[in-house]
Design a protein around this ligand. Structure first.
Ligand code: AMP
Length: 570
């Protein structure tokens, strides 16, 4: 019986390791020490899956519920908010809370016990199920050490953040089983779950979990064929790595590549075949019934067996693309689909073809997959994302500049020779986005907790309101500054203090900071109705005074730019 404490310590080690190779080696070494009953579970937990993929009933416990339980167990409800704000992530917050208990339990949990408990929680149904689920989770957390609690929580919310992705796990399994990675990926694609893939690789017997096995998977050479007649299973979408600009893409990608418009919508994977048409989201939730217009777009292909990768964007009645969150409102919606469709129709753009006529195309170069895609899409009237094959940096940079001017989020650079690597952030795809920054004024700050104790650290950022005068808050952040900056900033802000209310120090708006952010969302909580997501301070603009900082109109314009211009505009 392997202890869950060992597992938690392994995860800690993974999170402190930079190199992919080393992460894979640590994981493999750990899995190899486990027996066959626990190794699949540990592999699954490691990639942040509490239950096997395709488990019938989900756990249905929210991060919020876990957090409340941990705070209650620790008797730390009063400090809950502060702890949460001071922690760098959810798992660390749980760990910090559990450390406050009067008595910390000895580690006694096993991996198998945790697995059973998760299954038990998932199986609870009916009246009182919420209370019963939380009761079972409480038992588990009561027995967990702070470190164990940290990783239990991370598994439960599916965010491990230790660099062990599913793609990397498959590489680790391939090395352990001495099988080619392409074969392991294919097995995983069919199994859809790293635990089951590990079992398939191990073959019969009861030796160590993954000694090279005798069994050969699909030795008939038909290993690219999708199982006929079987219900379609979605593949993990391929991911992209960031690149700074087009010149960078020329440097990173060794051979020729294409540039495609990066549409700011939501990823979809569409399977068509004798079973009909089915759609999955990026996180592999089935959303077929929420998007009837996408089903209709694929219908002309009739029963042709194909797997498309693409993006859907929402459009307003005037044909203008809307912000990302408007697309998300359509996803997973099961009621009033037709009304939503009328209000916020979506439009599908395809950019890859992962399967055709019952064969997986993942090992084919993108160039070939794209040629097949173009033919199929054009025959069915499907829209493709705009694309060029740049001949020079200047050529590509022009395409990028035009894409930004046209309101796209950026461009994707895709190596013509690259295979489709499900779930992996491989080198074949690069995303190039326009950096988004605004110069905002600090109007208030909050006292920090934990490591930032004694410093003013969470800054309220505001834009100027030129019409009504004054400033409008559009976000908060404590990210981006060094300890030295915090110290200095605290002194400067205290000198500007107007008043202090419940831990919030309101200051005269004089300090201007340059803030980077991922995007702007609509937010009823802010007076301006907009809030920056993932805001981070990238510089202190000592050269600017508050009346030179960006205005609320600039924020609104940046918000509007996120949504694309009408796609049919010349
Ligand atoms: P990001 O979400 O910023 O990591 O960027 C990757 C995402 O961009 C993908 O998951 C897709 O949802 C989206 N995307 C938009 N346009 C494209 C495109 N032409 N090719 C691939 N992905 C795209």
């Amino acid at each position: 019986m392997a202890s869950f404490n060992d597992f938690a310590n392994l995860c800690l080690a993974l999170s402190q390791t930079q190199s992919r190779l080393q992460i894979a080696a640590l994981a493999a070494e750990f899995l190899n020490r486990l027996d066959r009953a626990e190794a699949p579970t540990a592999a699954r937990f490691m990639v942040g899956k509490a239950l096997p993929q395709g488990a019938e009933k989900p756990l249905n416990v929210s991060g919020r519920a876990i957090w409340k339980l941990a705070a209650e167990i620790a008797g730390a409800e009063d400090q809950a908010e502060e702890i949460f704000a001071a922690a760098t992530d959810f798992g660390e917050a749980i760990e910090m809370a559990l450390k406050l208990r009067a008595e910390i339990p000895e580690p006694t949990l096993t991996i198998a016990e945790v697995e059973r408990k998760f299954a038990e929680i998932a199986a609870i149904e009916g009246r009182n199920s919420r209370r019963l689920k939380l009761g079972a989770l409480r038992d588990l957390l009561l027995r967990a050490t702070p470190l164990e609690g940290k990783f239990l929580a991370k598994i439960l919310i599916g965010e491990m953040r230790h660099g062990m992705s599913e793609g990397l796990m498959l590489e680790a399994l391939a090395t352990m089983a001495a099988r080619p990675i392409a074969e392991v990926r294919r097995i995983n694609m069919v199994e859809g779950d790293v635990g089951r893939t590990l079992v398939r690789l191990a073959g019969p017997g009861d030796g160590p979990s993954l000694a090279p096995a005798a069994e050969t998977v699909r030795s008939d050479g038909g290993d690219r064929a999708l199982p006929a007649g079987e219900a379609p299973r979605p593949l993990k979408p391929m991911l992209a790595q960031p690149a700074a600009n087009v010149a960078d893409a020329f440097r990173i990608l060794s051979g020729p590549f294409a540039l495609e418009h990066k549409l700011d919508g939501a990823r979809v994977q569409i399977h068509s075949g004798p079973f009909g048409i089915r759609i999955w989201s990026r996180r592999l939730n089935e959303i077929t019934s929420s998007l009837p217009e996408v089903v209709e777009a694929i219908e002309p292909l009739e029963k042709r067996r194909a797997i498309f990768d693409g993006e859907v964007i929402a459009i307003d009645p005037g044909g203008r693309p809307l912000a990302f969150q408007d697309v998300m409102r359509r996803f997973g919606r099961v009621r009033e689909v037709e009304r939503m469709r009328a209000e916020r129709p979506v439009r599908l753009f395809v950019f890859d073809l992962i399967g055709l006529d019952g064969n997986l195309l993942i090992d084919e170069p993108y160039e070939r997959r794209y040629a097949a895609l173009a033919e199929l899409a054009d025959s069915a009237g499907l829209e493709r994302a705009g694309r060029i094959i740049p001949e020079s940096i200047a050529d590509g940079t022009r395409f990028f500049a035009r894409a930004i001017a046209d309101g796209f989020e950026g461009v994707m650079a895709k190596a013509l020779a690259s295979p489709y690597t499900p779930g992996a952030r491989a080198r074949g795809w690069l995303k190039i986005k326009q950096a988004r920054t605004l110069d905002l004024t600090i109007v208030a700050a909050e006292w920090g907790y934990g490591r930032r104790h004694g410093w003013l650290s969470n800054y309220h950022l505001a834009a100027r309101d030129p019409r009504r005068g004054g400033f409008v808050e559009v976000g908060k952040t404590f990210k981006g500054l060094t300890d030295e900056d915090f110290r200095e900033m605290t002194d400067r802000l205290l000198a500007l203090k107007i008043e202090e209310r419940r831990g919030v120090v309101v200051v005269r708006p004089e300090i201007v900071v340059e803030v980077a952010y991922s995007d702007i969302q609509r937010s009823p909580q802010y007076d301006g109705g907009m809030a920056l997501r993932f805001a981070r301070i990238v510089g202190i603009r000592a050269d600017k005074s508050a009346d030179e900082a960006d205005t609320i109109d600039a924020v609104a314009a940046a918000f509007d730019r996120q949504a694309l211009k009408p796609l049919d505009a010349p």
